[in-house]
Structure formats: C-alpha cells, structure tokens
Write a protein that binds this ligand. Sequence first.
Ligand code: ADP
Ligand code: MG
Length: 616
Amino acid sequence: MNVPTKLQVLEQYFGYASFRPGQEELIDALLRGQDVVGVMPTGAGKSLCYQVPALLMEGVTLVVSPLISLMKDQVAALVQNGVRGAYLNSSLTWGQYQKALRNARAGLYKIIYVAPERLLTPEFLDFAQSVEVSMVVIDEAHCVSQWGQDFRPSYLDIPDFVDKLPRRPVVSAFTATATPRVRRDILSLLRLRHPFVNVTSFDRPNLYFEVRRPKDKLQELFALLEPRREKSGIVYCATRKGVEEVCTALGERGFAATRYHAGLSDQERQKNQEDFLYDRATVMVATNAFGMGIDKSNVSFVIHYNMPKDLESYYQEAGRAGRDGQPAECFLLYSGQDVSLARFLLAHSEEGQDLDPRAQEQLAQQNERRLQAMTGYCHTTSCLREYILHYFGEHAPTQCGNCQNCLGVFQQVDVTQQAREITVCVGHLRGRYGAAMVTDVVRGSKSEKVLRQGLDRFPSYGKLRGQKEDFVREVIHTLVLQGFLEQSAGEYPTLRQGDRALELLRGEACVLLQVRREDGDAVPKKKAPQDLPKGDPQLYDRLRQVRAKLSAAQNVPVYVIFSNATLDAMAAYRPTTPAQLLEVPGVGQAKLQKYGMAFLKEIQDWARERAGQAGG
Ligand code: ADP
Ligand code: MG
C-alpha cells in the first residue's frame, strides 16, 4: 500500500482541498523531523499543522493543551473526522482515565491530548516510555512564558518530560499570541532544537479599527448598532453584570440580542450561542468567556464596551470579526474607568495564585505593562493597525488606510501651551491633589474646596479659564501617559511632575491631543512638495546644521532624522507649531515627538532674527 501524502490526509480526514498560508511549510518541516514553532493568528488553522503530520507519522502524538474545554472540542472534532483521538485530563473519573491509558498502551490512539500537569506523573510517564512517541506538540505555547498572558508553571516541565522519553520525538510549539519576548521564551524554555520558525502575518486587512471615548457608552452603542441592524456582531463587556445590563438595554431597544457569560447554566449558554450562530439573535453580548472555538464567519462587527486588559485579548476578540474576509469593523468604547476596572479584575484573578511571591510580583508587573500598552492603543494618534502589529513584533507600514487615525476621523490639536500651564500648576500643588482639583484650579473654579484651601491665590489659578473640564482632564491624562506627569497608585491618586516635566517646561517637548473631527471640518492634507514656495536657503542651511547635531548626538545617520526634501519643505513652509510641522511631508508622529521641537525652535530663532534685522 502506498503511503498517503499530506494532501490526501487533508482531503480524506479534514475534507479540505488545499492548505492555508503557513500550514504547508510547518507540516513539511515536521515530516522532515525538524522541531517547529508556528506563530499564527487565532483561526488560522494551527491544529491541522500538527494533526496532518501526526497521521503520517509512525507512533503516537502527544498534544499538551492548557484547557479542558479546548481538548474536548478538538478531540470531538477529530473523532468526527475518523481520527483515533483521546484526551487525558482531570475531567475524567479514575476509572475512565485508567481505561483511556489502557487503550493508549494498546495503540488505539494516534493523537492524545494531555494536560501539562499529567506529564510527569509516574503513571503517565510510564505509559509514554512504553510506547513510541513520534511527536510532542505544545499548543498555546505562550503559556510557558511569564511575559505572556496565561502563564502556566507546569508548561516548564515539558522539556523534562521530553528528556525522559527513550527516543527524543520531534517537538512542535504553536501559539497565536507571541510578542517577541514570549517568542524567545518559547524557543529557550521549551528547549527546541534548531527549530523551523514560521510566523504568519497577524495583519487582517479587512478589519477596520476605531476607538471612541463616549460620555455615555450605552447611547454610543445604540448609535453604532442602529445602522448595523441587518448585520451580525459581538459586544464584549468586562463583567457579567455589564453583559446583563447591556443585553437588557438592547432588548428594550428592540435589538435581537442574546448573552453569554460563565454565570449562566450550560444549557442557556448552549442555547444562546446557537441562537447567535444561526442568526436568530444578531447581537451577542458576552464576556471574554465567549468565542473560544467558535467559528462564525459572518460576524461583521465586534464592539468592546470596555477596554480589555491587554492587546493580546483585544486582538483575539476583535479578530472574531470578518473571518469570511469581508470588510468588518472593530470598535472600542474607551473610558478612563476601564483602566481601573481592568486593574481590579487583574488583582482579583486566579491567574498565578499558585506562584511563589516573587513570581507573583513579576506577573503583576508584567500585567501592568501590558495594560499600559493596551491603554496606549486607546490614546495613540498614529495608525492603530501599525500599533497592534508592532506590539506583536511585526513590521508594518505607518499608514494602513483602514483605521480611524489613517482615515482622519480624528485630528491632532497642539495643546503644548495648556499642557505647560497644567504641569506648572501640578508643581505648585506639590503632589497633594488629584486630577479633579488640578482641573478646578487651572479652570479658575469657585468651588468651596478650592476657596477653602486658598488655592485661588495660586499663580496657576484660572490660567485655563474658559476651557472645558473634559478637555483639561483629557490633557492631564495624556500628560500622565507620556510621562510629563506622574499619578500615584491607590484609591485617591494624586498628581506630581513626572520625569519628562522639565522637557516640557523648557520647551523641548510638545503635546498633541487627538480630538474627534466634527462633521464639516476639512481634513488637513499633507502639503505636496510642488505646492510649497521655495525654501529660504539660509534657513535650509540652519536646519541642516540642527540635523547634523542631532545625528551626531544620537549616533544615527542624518537621513534617519529627516530627508533633505523634508528640510527644504520645512524651510519653505516655516511651521511654528507642532501641528503645522506635522503637515510637512516626511514628518510623522514619532519623528515629531523625537526631533520636532529642535527644528521648531530653530525656525523660531531664525524668524526672530530676521524680524529684528528688518525692524532695526
Ligand atoms: P487556530 O489556529 O485558532 O488553532 P484552528 O486550528 O482551530 O485554528 O482552525 C480554525 C478553523 O479553520 C477550523 O474550523 C479548521 O477546520 C479550519 N481550517 C484549518 N485549516 C484549513 C484549511 N487548510 N482549509 C480550510 N479550513 C481550514
Ligand atoms: Mg488552536
């Protein structure tokens, strides 16, 4: 009999005619006997990458998997397809476990899913040493890293288990969520040997991304859903209570909404899920418990009612939109409270409970960093897609053309001046007050609290009179995020000047705020070079000198800073504010933040000198 090919296996067992991007390379490497690491987004089809070779190899394949429910689903799907599979985990009774092991010893199974905690138990080890293990697969391999989400200490036992086998099997690791750091951990902690590493792009070009900061989230949600009544989508909430409230409100508004969270009975979850899958309910309101293993292809929007705790979760959940490749939308409704809520949920999560105190501390720090990266997403003024892909270690163009920031839904407002006043005020208040009081003082509030403490006699009092409260709060928030101010932890956080405050006060940094463009506002376009008057040669020279100095100081080539064409455009256009500088071709957010002020200052000096000459 002929040995079947991988394509025959794909067709015969799984009913698919061709491989998806990334699958074939990984399968080929495994069949050559090489270890592999497959980093592919959720839904890309990682399981097939090891299931197909498992069926072509001689012995048995062991798949280490972290979740009982995942194992059950995978094995059920395999058995459906006529593959002999089983799982060994704590959901089995003692009797069932013994029976499964006996069957396994007798060679009944080709693929066995196992929980990591089982591997080094004497019984399982004895079994594994007595049969031919051709491959060990580590699914959700990011669980091995303390730097990723879902750290699972027993994943660290996997290489010891592999070492105890009489013949080293080929080892493969798969994950959807690997930042560069986690990827390094997977390679080293799992002790892979010269692995073939294949990273499929995480980019989902058909997804549109947008972040909104509504005052009233429920109203905003109605506004988003109304024009999408004919479509199917998911609304994610951070808590069960949130799910209940939102789902009820949507029902009252006449939306066909259903709900899903861990507090419901199995029966109801099952029913609601099916209502959604079969489009009897068009909106699914759910916690993050919903979605694993769900393969509904026509989800055309995902709305996050709260900001999730990290970008891994966000991208995974948002990524459930547009599986069919059709244009789909991902909205995030953000408020500052989401950050506190995420912190609260992290502090009360069961994750890491069995770790020692030091590891717990590390985990907490890591969670905080990931939370900040997530918060940064909600505040960034540059391309949202680029922000996400960069986080996952991918290079991406700085403009995707399919997110709110690229489409100019928002505009940048230069708030450097206001930011300075606020920073000065925070300095005066000497770290004794929080954002609310600082806002009151700079807006010149006559509130009892302000007057009683005599804060109306401070020099900063009323410096930003007439500015809206929301606006000032928003500037403060941005200042904290960018390190110009620092906010203490705890229930009543206070503000003090941050590490970068001096930069701002000295005029070496600028602050931009992102505000939603009102309908009818013109979209500012970058000036095309041919539209510019010829730059003043003297100014051009001086800008080149600034560039030369920066290049020497930072040890980077001059063109990395700005090209000659950009300097020429600057000399022609002579921007005086950061927002104007942004309109010069070749100046993006990042460079503006890094180098902008030096050039603005030079242009200012030059203009001043020229005015001086003309006048005198
Ligand atoms: P993940 O990468 O998230 O683990 P899965 O392995 O669960 O993804 O696969 C997601 C879906 O894609 C499954 O329904 C699977 O059957 C399907 N799939 C995988 N490979 C192919 C393929 N080559 N052609 C068509 N569908 C595929
Ligand atoms: Mg999977």
